[in-house]
Write a protein that binds this ligand. Structure first.
Ligand code: ZN
Length: 103
């Protein structure tokens, strides 16, 4: 059984919980507002300095993915600096069953 930790949701700031997946490089959050999403360490750091509107947009996307889908938020390498932080983040719905599980 994976261990769950409490933390403020990086998208909306609500009291959420997460467990660690993919050799602790990712957190799978369960937020009462945004439902489930998975986020990498680098993407989480970037979100901290991102404007609130970007976090809201991603939160909105996480809410609307549907029960079988989990929003996967990552920061791809080879980013274009001119595009700004938000462009450097990718968030795509991924089927829940195909995500790396919490351990
Ligand atoms: Zn949230």
């Amino acid at each position: 059984m994976a261990e769950h930790y409490k933390k403020a949701c990086p998208l909306c700031g609500s009291d959420a919980q997460y467990c660690l997946a993919d050799y602790k490089k990712r957190k799978q959050f369960n937020c009462p507002e945004c439902s489930d999403f998975q986020i990498t360490d680098t993407a989480e750091k970037k979100l901290e300095s991102a404007p609130a509107a970007w976090r809201q947009a991603i939160a909105e996307k996480a809410k609307t993915t549907g029960a079988d889908w989990v929003l996967d938020i990552s920061a791809p390498s080879g980013q274009n600096k001119e595009a700004g932080g938000y462009q450097a983040l990718s968030c795509e719905p991924v089927l829940r069953v195909s995500l790396p599980p919490c351990r």
